[in-house]
Design a binder for this molecule. Structure first.
Ligand SMILES: Nc1ncnc2c1ncn2[C@@H]1O[C@H](COP(=O)(O)OP(=O)(O)OP(=O)(O)O)[C@@H](O)[C@H]1O
Ligand SMILES: [Mg+2]
Length: 243
């Protein structure tokens, strides 16, 4: 569904991605593992059209999107939930969801969009209960749910999540990842960047390990969980409480 071939990207003179080749199949959850600064967010930004690739190519659903802009990419069905949630704090929960439908908004589909808002409130009842509250008054976990629900308002076929559990209590974070699994079971394809590598690999089907802008290892989530190098560098002592 998504394929990157030899993608290079830089910020000024700083090379951030070096020959990145990866793919995400329809209906898979794929995770990117790597230390701070390894290039995980840059990969998502390059796919979203927010960072330009210096060379290499990116294709989504068989279409070349290497030079597409972010609006075109959202319209193709690929949506990124940004790091740090970035909900509109002074707007209500419901208005945040409506804004998530910007890419398909027209007077003619007003009813369809409003019905989708209702669907999100059924999926996330806590958001429904708080529909008129300013988004800034929600807890961190609720804001993350809102950011996810807002992304779903574009009716994506593939979702990219950048550190969705940042700053969340472990129980809330694992509930969030359970929701991501449920969405995959409903047919969504997911590219997940997650600070907690163990939780990410338990949620994902496959993963790629990044070091300073390069992919150094790839495999099934199970193989990576069992890999001694991955265990030593990214999985800590196995003392985390995530499910
Ligand atoms: N806007 C920017 N301007 C200049 N350099 C940047 C910018 N964004 C990222 N970089 C650099 O590019 C490299 C990759 O950063 P990136 O944000 O992709 O890493 P990451 O794997 O997402 O890290 P983290 O786990 O900390 O989020 C780093 O060396 C970083 O300093
Ligand atoms: Mg990042």
């Amino acid at each position: 569904m998504l394929r990157l071939t030899s993608v290079e990207a830089s910020y000024g003179h700083v090379k951030a991605l070096r020959g990145i080749s990866l793919h995400v199949g329809q209906g898979e959850i794929v995770t990117l593992i790597g230390a701070n600064g390894a290039g995980k967010s840059t990969i998502l930004q390059a796919i979203s059209g927010l960072v330009r690739a210096d060379s290499g190519s990116i294709a989504f659903d068989g279409q070349d999107t290497t030079r597409a802009n972010s609006g075109q990419i959202v319209r193709l069905g690929l949506c990124q939930v940004p790091e740090g949630r970035q909900v509109f704090g002074s707007l209500s929960v419901a208005d945040n969801l409506l804004l998530g439908a910007w890419s398909r908004w027209s007077g003619a589909n007003r009813r369809e969009v409003l019905a989708d808002v209702q669907d999100q409130f059924e999926r996330f009842p806590r958001l429904g209960e708080r529909r008129s509250q300013p988004a800034g008054s929600l807890s961190g976990g609720e804001q993350q749910m809102l950011a996810l629900a807002r992304g779903l308002m574009s009716r994506p076929r593939m979702l990219m999540l950048d550190e969705p559990s940042l700053g969340l209590a472990p129980i809330i974070a694992s509930q969030f990842l359970a929701e991501v699994s449920r969405l995959r079971d409903e047919g969504l394809t997911v590219l997940l960047v997650e600070q907690n590598a163990r939780a990410a690999l338990r949620t994902a089907d496959r993963g790629y390990v990044l070091e300073t802008g390069r992919i150094v290892l790839e495999g099934t989530a199970q193989d990576l969980l069992n890999n001694p190098e991955v265990q030593r560098a990214y999985l800590g002592k196995g003392d985390d409480v995530w499910a």
